[in-house]
Design a protein around this ligand. Structure first.
Ligand code: HEC
Ligand code: HEC
Length: 369
């Protein structure tokens, strides 16, 4: 029965879908450049559809308990409302889950790694990492592939790759394509800055925007550009920008050490000057992705701003590796409120409620899902 059903679906498709796979249509404002996509994984509608199904499917974890979406929830801009994440078998993941917002534009991936350029590479971590275990695929590769050999997936794999049999190469390519499709450029700020809608921002938000882009507050030096992070790449940008900064959150030994649990770029470069350096994340949809910073140690935006105003946090203020742009500034309460109001204008309701990014309704999930 199952075989027959698949044969019928495939036959129907061969007749009706001869123009597949279809190139993916980016839903971008006309003045936003397309992101760079790896040549060996071009975007197609079918790959994004398969990636979306996989992103929400707990079958991808060893014990069928977690999916990508367990740590990356749409209502929180695909971040998680906890300080740090917990893997599918209970392992503590030290870092705060990153929001998946315009990841396609990031010059480097994760909070601090200069060698991870492509989403395809980065995804090996949650899938296969053993310390800590996130989805815990390692050692269960075959079992998980067998779970994905249902008629539903055979149809989706066939559509996306011309081969109904699931493979890890195709799973990773499809997941990366779905993550690339998560673009957010419909916030009130975008309507104001790129859509020519002068009334999209309130007066208070415009005041906050001017503070954000001021030499006094310096935010734009690290959170500048179309994606509110200096660490960006897109179709018209030739420069390869992958900067990392120490923002003075810690200074454990008076010589600049960050807590051993997470020392930022130093952990991968072993260069002392990289101690406590992290990528400046995008600030798009920042209101919904609390708590903040690599370890989720800051609860609110007001606190974040107070830390910048003080030039760091506690003894971190004297961290010798701190960026020269974290020099502290004075502000009135009214100015702080205006800056927060501006950050609120980066919230894109269309992104947070886009049905194309939500769990697919057509999928027949397992009973225990
Ligand atoms: C156990 C929780 C957890 C699971 C499950 C998980 N992630 Fe993540 N994800 C994180 C954390 C934490 C980070 C930040 C990691 C770091 O900086 O080292 C992250 C980072 C990322 C990034 C990097 C984003 C950027 O801007 O650099 C991508 C992309 C991503 N995850 C996609 C996925 C996908 C796709 C899956 C499913 C295969 C997945 N994640 C499963 C917690 C998780
Ligand atoms: C020197 C570069 C630099 C400057 C200047 C800077 N930031 Fe950041 N910002 C970063 C980095 C790096 C991080 C991540 C730090 C970490 O997790 O340890 C960050 C994190 C943040 C976060 C938390 C993001 C998240 O997803 O958790 C917010 C909010 C933020 N910055 C806002 C601002 C504002 C507002 C200003 C201006 C007052 C500003 N930043 C100035 C580099 C900078």
């Amino acid at each position: 029965m199952v075989r027959l059903a698949v044969a019928l679906v495939v036959a129907a498709c061969l007749a009706a879908c001869s123009d597949k796979p279809e190139p993916y249509q980016w839903n971008l404002p006309y003045n936003i450049p397309e992101p760079v996509v790896p040549a060996d994984n071009p975007m197609t509608k079918e790959k994004v559809a398969l990636g979306r199904a996989l992103f929400y499917d707990k079958a991808l974890s060893v014990n069928v308990a977690q999916s990508c979406a367990s740590c990356h929830k749409q209502q929180f801009a695909f971040a998680e409302a906890t300080r740090h994440s917990t893997g599918t078998t209970g392992d503590k993941v030290e870092r705060n889950a990153l929001a998946l917002v315009n990841v396609a534009y990031n010059g480097s991936l994760t909070w601090a790694h200069q060698g991870l350029e492509h989403i395809e590479q980065q995804l090996m971590i949650p899938l296969f990492n053993e310390r800590p275990v996130e989805l815990g695929v390692t050692g269960s590769e075959g079992i998980i592939l067998a779970r994905l050999s249902s008629p539903y997936y055979q149809f989706l794999f066939e559509e996306a790759f011309g081969d109904p049999e699931p493979s890890w190469d195709h799973i990773v390519k499809a997941l990366a394509s779905f993550v690339r499709s998560l673009v957010s450029f419909s916030s009130p700020f975008d309507h104001y800055a790129y859509g020519g809608q002068d009334d999209a921002l309130s007066e208070q938000q415009i005041q906050g925007m001017n503070l954000f882009f001021s030499e006094r507050m310096e935010c734009f030096h690290c959170h500048g550009g179309v994606n509110f992070t200096q660490s960006s790449k897109h179709a018209y940008q030739q420069l390869d920008l992958r900067p990392f900064h120490n923002t003075g959150l810690y200074n454990e030994d008076g010589k600049g050490a960050y807590p051993e649990s997470d020392q930022g770029l130093y952990t991968v470069s072993f260069n002392k000057a990289d101690m406590g350096k992290f990528r400046a994340p995008t600030l798009r949809n920042i209101v919904v992705s609390a708590p903040y910073m690599h370890d989720g140690s800051v609860a609110t935006l007001a606190e974040v701003i107070d830390i910048y105003a003080a030039g760091g946090r506690g003894e971190g203020i004297t961290n010798p590796h701190k960026s020269p742009f974290i020099k502290g500034f004075s502000m009135t309460d009214e100015e702080r409120d205006a800056l927060i109001a501006f950050l609120q204008s980066l919230t894109d309701q269309q992104f947070l409620h886009n049905p194309d990014f939500a769990k697919p309704k057509t999928q027949t999930f397992r009973q225990n899902d």
